[in-house]
Design a binder for this molecule. Sequence first.
Ligand code: GDP
Length: 270
Amino acid sequence: GVPGAGKSTSIDTFGMHLVKQGRRLAVLAIDPSSERSGGSILGDKTRMEQLSREKNAFIRPSPSAGSLGGVARKTRETIVLCEAAGFDTIFVETVGVGQSETAVHSMVDFFLLIQLAGTGDELQGIKRGIMEMADAIVINKADGDNIDKANLAATHFRNALHLFPPTESGWRPKVLTYSGFYGLGIKEIWDMVDEYRHFATDSGYFEEKRQRQTKWWMYESINEALKNSFYQSEAIRSLRPEVESDILSDRLSSFVGAQRLLDAYFKSLK
Ligand code: GDP
């Protein structure tokens, strides 16, 4: 969900719901803003007031800097660590902008999109790709005067989802309304997540997706390491400015330029 959608409030409420059931919860965040500003929208402990006082909840401050790829990989590694440490439920939080959703999608079992009721045109501005990834869309702040608007928004989303091709898992994404602040509709959302888990476990999709993610992360790590090795190598560092200027002044095509750098890199390895 975008900033202001109510992620912190919701995670606090959801988290308390789960901790009271005896679960051990870890909350991680992938925050693309940290790359640009060095600051962070997400991951601040004080945002989840009740949960941060629970001994069965671990809230990791969002990594403060690094590329999205690097931050995502660390988050993926932290998931594995948290599982080993006995956390049975892990939330990965991200703001609804940019590339981070794809990274999150590659490490979670269930993708929940938090939306707000707007002026009737709420479907605008939501990237289709993000909606396609969602296993459920939940409309927050369905309280007080906002209940009717939230229900209307839910109808819009349901209609829109009907036009989407069937999901890979065969699961039909659900749309629910709730209030994170007043704790309304929380149980229903968690029941739905459970329903998904049963559905996907029975069909074998749950395990299959996890295996695919495991494989994806191996190759992702390799790609990342190769890229770093390439760009950090002395040969590339010294040759790059020259080749770059050659392609910018049309003395070399992009492809020939690339080949020249790759040749220099491979030669430097020998
Ligand atoms: P985040 O940026 O997505 O983490 O959003 P926050 O959880 O910080 O919430 C943004 C604002 O919306 C805060 O002022 C919250 O108090 C308010 N808010 C969050 N959830 C609800 C809700 O269920 N109902 C209402 N009325 N306000 C909410």
